[in-house]
Design a protein around this ligand. Structure first.
Ligand code: PLP
Length: 378
């Protein structure tokens, strides 16, 4: 590992641009093979200092709110797509200003905003409806947009073909960290249920949740699923992955503040699961640490927790070749996506700094946070 983690302040996220570029090249390969357009979902990764690199390969961004749309427009300046379960009235004029595609969650939302979209002068904003095909293979309910009574998207029984005038595309998002086999089965259901409407569209957006840059991902099956829809209906296909763009490209560097014992050694870190890697508790998942293993794999097993009051602010139990000591640095892996976009200052903990590494410029700390960032939100 040629990144000098010792040179960074802690806690600190650091993104390796070489790894990000590798992911982007895989995604660019899918675009080349299929003619589809891939957008970065900003909800996953919004480190805008790296948008110029992302922009070299992808067509633009997809936003979940006015702020994300504006960030994408101002900092990347390529296509801006937006979807929200419901748009905020006061935001909508600015959403019109920044967006090229607006996807509505329901026909009521579409009818409510339709006239305002169509009044925009000088360019035509494309509009879409998010459909809920009522088919997903996600086991964790909070990540499943198709669970019973889900608010995300319009089901077939609520679809109103007579209100499609002005709608250019359909959008579905039903996956989470899944392979192309899941996409193929989903596409089949979408086609069976919504095929007659897709036939009238210019595009179909297949959402995110495609784990395209995972080493075992079946790219050929993805290409097949995309080409099936593209060729059957002569439409453009969009994908809007977040995680796949930044997968395995970043780290969170933390420092051991103290070690105590309560039936087992427990290390308290300056990085917190609750504040700095909330998906560790929410998903939940266990991040890898460079040089550490599962409990018992190395001689010294230790529980790692954050310096907050939350009893459950535990990252996990890990084993190490030697006992940890104060001041040791731990490098958590795969920390670029869904971390800096979700972190918080609970307990007044400072936010981690943000750094990037590339071969030409070396290691740069792009952002440092302090008391004013904490105070200004309250
Ligand atoms: C509508 C939509 N598009 C794209 C994404 C990005 O998903 P992922 O980061 O899993 O690829 C999400 C994630 O929740 C989403 O809700």
């Amino acid at each position: 590992m040629d990144i000098d983690f010792q040179a960074l302040p802690t806690p600190c996220y650091v993104v390796d641009e070489r790894l990000l570029e590798k992911n982007l090249q895989v995604l660019a390969g899918v675009q080349e093979r299929t003619g589809c357009k891939i957008l970065l979902a900003l909800k996953s990764f919004s480190m805008y200092s790296l948008f110029p690199l992302v922009a070299k390969y992808l067509h633009g961004i997809t936003a979940s709110s006015l702020f994300e749309a504006r960030l994408g427009a101002e900092e990347m300046g390529k296509e801006v797509h937006i979807y929200s379960p419901a748009y905020i009235e006061e935001d909508f004029e600015d959403i019109l200003k920044y967006s090229d595609h607006i996807v509505f969650n329901s026909f009521d939302q579409w009818n409510h905003f339709k006239a305002r979209v169509q009044r925009v002068k000088g360019r035509r904003i494309q509009c879409g409806i998010r459909i809920n095909p009522e088919y997903s293979e996600i086991k964790v309910p909070i990540y499943d947009p198709c669970y019973a009574h889900s608010r995300l998207g319009t089901t077939l029984s609520h679809f109103r073909p007579e209100e499609l005038d002005g709608i250019d595309g359909l959008h579905f998002h039903t996956m989470c960290e899944q392979g192309a086999d899941t996409l193929a089965r989903t596409v089949k259901v979408v086609d069976e249920k919504f095929g007659p409407y897709i036939a009238k569209m210019k595009w179909l957006n297949m959402g995110g949740g495609h784990h395209i840059t995972r080493p075992d991902y079946d790219l050929d099956a993805l290409v097949e699923a995309i080409l099936f829809m593209k060729n059957k209906y002569h439409i453009d296909i969009y994908l809007e992955p977040g995680e796949a763009v930044a997968l395995n490209t970043g780290y969170l560097v933390a420092q051991v503040l103290d070690i105590m014992d309560n039936g087992m050694p427990i290390a308290i870190l300056d990085a917190s699961a609750a504040c700095h890697m909330p998906d560790v508790l929410e998903m939940p998942y266990r991040p890898n640490i460079i040089g550490a293993g599962q409990p018992g794999e190395y001689p010294y097993t230790c529980r790692l927790g954050g310096a907050t009051c939350l009893a459950g602010d535990i990252i996990g139990d890990y084993s190490f070749p030697q006992p940890l000591k104060k001041g040791d640095r731990l490098i958590f892996c795969d920390m670029a996506h869904y971390t800096m976009v979700k972190n918080n200052t609970f307990n007044g903990l400072n936010l981690p700094s943000i750094a990037a590494f590339n071969e030409k410029d070396g290691l740069r700390v792009m952002k440092k946070f302090g008391y004013e960032d904490f105070k200004s939100r309250l």
